[in-house]
Design a protein around this ligand. Structure first.
Ligand code: HEC
Length: 197
């Protein structure tokens, strides 16, 4: 046993290390494959999405804005909607033009701050307001429309989201969104990356 260990650590490990060091392409491919398969959502036992944390490092697909002053002070979601897709699902989208099982899309809400700046009059982002999210997963959500579950969050500090009733969220997305319940008509970043068939 001791001999075996000695061989393992004294012999094989350095040999492997030198292979890895000598072939950076192999090493980075392996890393890439791992990254592609990685699911970014984390869930409770009951398939409720834990509050996403690092989504500002995901791929930003767009920022629709429904300002209070154009919506009687009560847009459905205030006001800027900064929308992000997880990196693994972005890679899949670029290859297939589809949202894969495991896709997490977060929309982060930001108030309108000032309406004037050095660049002109307009709507300028103010402060973060909250988040909402949707997750596609045929195993976790076999009975949800399009296998998408929708989540609201009480605050950034909430441990987890609250799964929303289909008529609160999914119905409008199903009726109006351009592809698979996602409003790609409002995300030029997604449309530009979609492969031409
Ligand atoms: C009346 C229609 C409607 C309802 C109801 C609705 N949404 Fe949306 N949602 C939209 C539209 C339109 C967009 C894209 C434009 C925007 O953000 O204003 C959007 C965007 C999103 C996005 C970004 C991805 C995408 O599909 O564009 C998420 C995530 C989202 N909504 C979550 C929710 C959640 C959670 C609920 C329920 C609490 C909900 N939505 C209810 C219309 C709706």
């Amino acid at each position: 046993m001791l001999q075996f260990r000695k061989t393992l650590f004294g012999g094989i490990a350095p040999a492997l290390l030198s292979i890895v060091l000598a072939s950076p392409v192999v090493a980075s491919d392996a890393h890439h494959a791992h990254h592609k398969d990685h699911n970014f959502g984390a869930f409770t036992k009951d398939n409720v999405l834990l509050t996403p944390k690092d989504y500002r490092e995901w791929i930003f697909v767009g920022g629709p804005v429904t300002p209070n002053d154009m919506n009687d002070g009560k847009p459905a979601f205030p006001e800027f909607h900064n929308t992000y897709i997880d990196p693994a699902s972005w890679n899949h989208w670029k290859k297939t033009g589809e949202f894969r099982d495991g896709t997490v899309i977060v929309k982060e809400l930001v108030s309108v701050g000032t309406k004037q700046s050095a660049s002109g009059n307009g709507y300028f982002p103010g402060e973060f307001n909250g988040i909402a999210a949707m997750v596609k997963d045929s195993k976790r959500y076999p009975d949800k429309p399009g296998n998408w579950a929708f989540f609201g969050f009480e605050s950034y500090d909430a441990k987890q989201g609250a799964i929303q009733a289909d008529d609160a969220c999914a119905a409008c997305h199903k009726a109006n969104a351009a592809q698979d319940m996602v409003f790609i008509q409002h995300y030029p970043v997604l449309r530009a990356a979609k492969p031409k068939k």
